[in-house]
Design a protein around this ligand. Structure first.
Ligand SMILES: [Zn+2]
Length: 258
């Protein structure tokens, strides 16, 4: 591999991902320019391009300062005119080739967290913004349960080995909720111990993989009888048992109040 992917910490729990070689870099969702500029300086890198997943300020706030510092940097993102600074808009099933690293992304539209949300899929990894977190998913600010569930199913269908680069360190809190609805899942229990140990040492828990998330993430496991049974027994929710979308809606509501 001629490039690597590094995390840049921003705000309290955001990760800005930098894909880079020895000379050039691409960054994903730079909500804050400062830590990105520091990273680029420390590694003597030129910023080639910026990928944006959705309109939230903690993902877009650094665009202006970064493009001022690197005027040749191209900015790719969803077709949402409220985001200032995007020069190339992308939509579902577009492909994006990045010359500096000779890599190609396929774009998937994943509405749910927001309606404009897109993700960048490479054959080995995925930049998924706030759509999918390890052990969880984004809050449903703009979508509906059926729309969000469909988006997550698209990600669940990617190859197991696909590395998942989410934009927040939410794993530990997500797993506390996951255990409350899927406590008999042995892989979830194992993973939770590892995550707790990582966080105790203030270490990152990402990237995850699609294979791992299929095993432990309740929002990708709405078909699970164990999860449906817990919801039924603890919350007397018959409606959640009838469809996967019903289960998803109930899980999202429970997590919001967890
Ligand atoms: Zn967001």
């Amino acid at each position: 591999m001629t490039y690597q992917i590094s995390s840049i910490k921003a705000f309290t729990d955001n990760y800005i991902w930098a894909l880079h070689n020895n000379t050039h870099a691409l960054v994903v969702d730079p909500g804050d320019a400062k830590p990105v500029v520091a990273f680029l300086k420390a590694h003597q890198l030129t910023l080639d391009c910026i990928l944006i997943t959705h309109h939230h300020f903690d993902h877009t706030g650094g665009i202006a300062a970064l493009t001022a510092a690197f005027p040749k940097a191209k900015v790719y993102g969803p077709n949402n005119p409220t985001i200032t600074g995007i020069n190339y808009t992308l939509q579902d099933s577009d492909t994006l080739h990045i010359k500096a690293f000779d890599i190609t992304f396929t774009i998937l539209a994943t509405p749910g967290h927001t309606l404009d949300h897109i993700v960048y899929v490479h054959e080995d990894f995925l930049f998924c913004g706030d759509t999918l977190f390890s052990g969880g998913c984004g809050r449903m600010f703009e979508g509906t349960p059926d729309v969000f569930h469909t988006s997550l199913q698209k990600l669940a269908a990617l190859p197991s080995r696909t590395k998942v680069y989410c934009t927040h360190e939410y794993t530990q809190a997500n797993l506390a909720f996951a255990l409350s609805v899927d406590g008999t899942n042995s892989e979830l229990n194992r993973y939770s111990k590892w995550v707790n140990a990582q966080r105790q040492q203030n270490k990152i828990t990402l990237p995850s993989t699609i294979g791992k998330e299929r095993e432990i993430n309740p929002f990708l496991r709405c078909h699970s009888n164990a999860i449906r049974k817990t919801i039924f027994e603890n919350y007397s929710e018959n409606s959640a048992l009838t469809t996967q979308i019903g289960t998803f809606a109930k899980l999202r509501e429970l997590k919001d109040n967890f």
